[in-house]
Design a protein around this ligand. Structure first.
Ligand code: TXA
Ligand code: MG
Length: 327
């Protein structure tokens, strides 16, 4: 059983950070809350610990990890951000933006990031989370943390400590429970390693906010290369089928609702979860993964209502499309 600490309780929080730090130093895994989703963290400079992340999640070795650091200076020690990256870091860090950038060669007395983190890619993904517990852990530990979302590979991401325990059980040594992750969908990933910034994954920072800072459009990745394997077609998948843009509910289906007006057949749904009765996209993002887990537990196929594509809707729809994709 993982050791769970209630971070809302100051005494437990202090014990939790100390226990997490010891676990990380021993090469074990820690579930760390962030503003987006819970991360499954390991010492990014310890190859065995990083390998443990892939084992615990059942994650393919070709899928690289995001490195988490406490502040922009620590990020700059690891990667060359360039002009675009510096603008975005200034505007959004700490916060739910991951930058894919060119790593600096190891040296200068700082331990090298384990090769497995980049999974053979020439770039490194890095982010500065905006969450007091993540920041406290990063500072206490003093080394960067590699952390994917704390779910089994391909499954719905974890936004609560309960989700983490359900997916990973004793593969994680310590869970720092800070309640539900506030934003609920993962960081936006932008590749700033080349000439033009590329939106690799829509996420909690809306595309338009990034484009406003840059005064330019973000490019879309080439389909051929699976550059961010979280872009693999099937991902975020509940154990039951899910269909998109449902304008009615068939007998035997559950309903993933959005907005005040429910479609025909809703009264007969096996179960209904409304992502936001007032049609608020922030609320919908924050409740998305928990809603999918609740409906999955009911065992019936899910009919998902349409969601607007603007703002955070782009990230929500991205997750739902992958949840709906053939497995
Ligand atoms: O909000 C988040 O980003 C959360 C929290 C825990 O920080 N983390 C997260 O990690 O979503 P993960 O591993 O579930 O998704 C990271 C994505 C994967 O799709 C991975 O392929 C991509 O980032 N990625 C990592 N390094 C990359 C790189 N060098 N180039 C392109 N994509 C990369
Ligand atoms: Mg993930």
């Amino acid at each position: 059983m993982p050791h769970v600490f209630e971070m809302a309780d100051p005494a437990d929080a202090a014990r939790g950070i100390a226990a997490a730090r010891r676990a990380l130093e021993a090469g074990a895994l820690v579930a760390m809350p962030t503003e987006t989703v819970y991360g499954l963290a390991a010492d990014a400079t310890n190859p065995r610990a990083v390998a443990g992340i892939f084992e615990a999640k059942g994650r393919p070795r070709f899928n690289p990890l995001i490195v988490h650091v406490p502040d922009v200076a620590a990020a700059r020690a690891r990667v060359t951000l360039g002009e675009t990256g510096n603008r975005l870091a200034g505007a959004f860090w700490p916060g739910p933006l991951t930058l894919v950038a060119t790593p600096r060669p190891a040296g200068g007395g700082i331990a090298a990031i384990a090769d497995l983190v980049q999974a053979g890619l020439p770039t490194l993904a890095i982010r500065v989370p905006r969450h007091p517990v993540a920041e406290a852990l990063l500072r206490a530990f003093g080394r960067p943390l590699a952390a994917p979302s704390a779910n089994r590979s391909g499954h719905v991401s974890a936004t609560t400590a309960t989700h983490v325990a359900a997916d990973l059980d004793d593969r994680v040594a310590v869970i720092l429970d800070a309640g539900p992750a506030p934003m609920g969908v993962e960081s936006t990933i932008v590749d700033v390693s080349g000439g033009v910034p590329v939106l690799l994954r829509p996420g909690s920072v809306p595309r338009a906010a990034i484009e406003a800072v840059l005064g330019a459009r973000l490019a879309t990745p080439e389909r051929a290369a699976v550059l961010a394997p979280g872009m693999m077609t099937s991902h975020y998948a509940p154990e039951v089928p899910l269909r998109l843009d449902a304008t009615s509910v068939a007998p035997g289906e559950s309903l993933l609702a959005f907005g005040p007006a429910l479609p025909p057949g809703a009264e007969g749904a096996v179960a209904t979860v409304n992502l936001s009765p007032s049609a608020d996209l922030r609320e919908a993002a924050a409740s998305l993964f928990a809603a999918l887990r609740v409906l999955e537990s009911r065992g019936a196929p899910i009919a998902a209502m349409p969601i607007p594509a603007a703002g955070l809707g782009e990230a929500i729809l991205d997750r739902l499309r992958r949840a709906a994709a053939p497995r």
